[in-house]
Ligand binder design. Structure first.
Ligand code: FNR
Length: 360
């Protein structure tokens, strides 16, 4: 393709061409009917703007801090597994791109590079995402290695006691590669005719008994701040506050877990209200445009996380592609702020958007 991609959707097409079908489907797909997958994006489309005019927008400032760490824009890289399926440099390329655009990367527990490889590749601010394995010693070992390597926070993903039913992976007989942080420590992949090898091997490892009291256990193995990812209701946001987490990520795991869970942008406000500005609320799912990011900020998010678009960039052009995707979203957000009359992030308010529930 001679022409440069001009938006995230075009990167998706480049990725489709660059990847084996099995891997593209793994990255791109969602659970079951993929209703939530479509909704994550479409719910953004139903929100419109209430822009203000005649505001001096000759300078736009998108910089902010997340848990005290400065970043050039409220756009982070979501934890997604197995980057080496997209590019031979894997998570190292993604981390370097994050560093180059002064963005915070959340590295996945299910990575194809080690925490040490990623940490030594660049000096960006990095957070580390975890699941809790039945072998708690293995989870503790990796958390402690991440802490030693200078990762700044632990993001505990709470929406995956089991792996969602992703039918493309079942059809394609998707096989999980070795998770590099556990090399030699996990039994080899489990074959199953009931589900994909990926789901079967995850089922053999993930601890489905994990509950709120285990945040205490997490605290006993790390001194890093703990955020939880996968909250969709005020009830769970309140519990998260009670157990003292440092932040919440409103997420439905990119619609890969429970189909017919709500589009994240539709429940963001409910969670933000329950939290009441005491801790940062982040959101991910379906963010494909700078306008989406603006909408999330207007509804109370401190920042958004980007999942699939980063993988599309990585598959299409490696580190450079991830950088291009992140810069594209940043530029779109900057333009949206200018056209809405918001020169700084603080100027973006609830009254700058109209949702389906607002009275006309
Ligand atoms: C994910 N996601 C995810 N989340 C997590 O906590 N740990 C993980 O290892 C993964 N792995 C993963 C792989 C792939 C291929 C995808 C697409 C997603 C979910 C991810 O962090 C995030 O919640 C969503 O990707 C956000 O939605 P979008 O931006 O992809 O629409």
């Amino acid at each position: 393709m001679a022409e440069e991609p001009v938006n995230v959707n075009e990167f998706q097409e480049l990725a489709r061409r660059a990847l084996r079908k099995m891997y593209f489907d793994f990255y791109n797909g969602g659970a079951e009917d993929q209703h939530t997958l479509k909704e994550n994006e479409e719910a953004f489309h139903r929100i419109t703007f209430r822009p203000r005019v005649l505001v001096d927008v000759s300078r736009i400032n998108m910089s902010t801090t997340i848990l005290g760490y400065p970043t050039s824009a409220p756009i982070m890289i979501a934890p997604t597994g197995m980057h080496k399926l997209a590019h031979p440099e894997g998570e190292v390329a993604t981390a370097r791109a994050a560093a180059a655009c002064n963005s915070i990367m959340v590295m996945s527990f299910s990575s194809t590079c080690t925490v040490e490889e990623v940490a030594s590749s660049c000096n960006a601010v990095r957070f580390f995402q975890i699941y809790v394995f039945k072998r708690r010693d293995l989870t503790a070992m990796v958390v402690q290695r991440a802490e030693r390597c200078g990762f700044k926070a632990i993001i505990f993903t709470v929406d995956a006691p089991r792996i969602g039913r992703r039918e493309a992976d079942i059809k394609n007989r998707m096989i999980a590669p070795q998770l590099k942080n556990f090399e030699g420590l996990l039994s080899t992949e489990v074959a199953s005719d009931k589900g994909s090898n990926l789901a079967a091997s995850a089922a053999a490892r993930l601890d489905p008994s994990v509950c709120w009291k285990d945040i205490e256990w997490l605290r006993s193995i790390t001194s890093l701040p703990i955020l939880i990812k996968g909250v969709l209701t005020a009830e769970d946001a309140t519990k998260a506050m009670e157990v003292g987490v440092a932040g919440i990520v409103v997420s439905n795991h990119g619609a890969r877990q429970l189909d017919y869970s709500p589009a994240t942008i539709t429940v963001l406000e409910e969670v933000v209200r329950a939290v009441g500005a005491k801790i940062p609320v982040l959101v991910d799912g379906g963010v494909r445009r700078g306008t989406d990011i603006f909408k999330a900020l207007a509804l109370g998010a401190k920042a958004v996380l980007i999942g699939r678009p980063v993988l599309y960039g990585l598959a299409a052009k490696g580190e450079h592609g991830v950088r291009q995707v992140m810069e594209m979203l940043k530029n779109e957000l900057e333009l949206t702020m200018a056209l809405s009359g918001c020169p700084t992030l603080k100027d973006i308010t609830r009254s700058h958007v109209r949702t389906e529930h607002d009275r006309l």
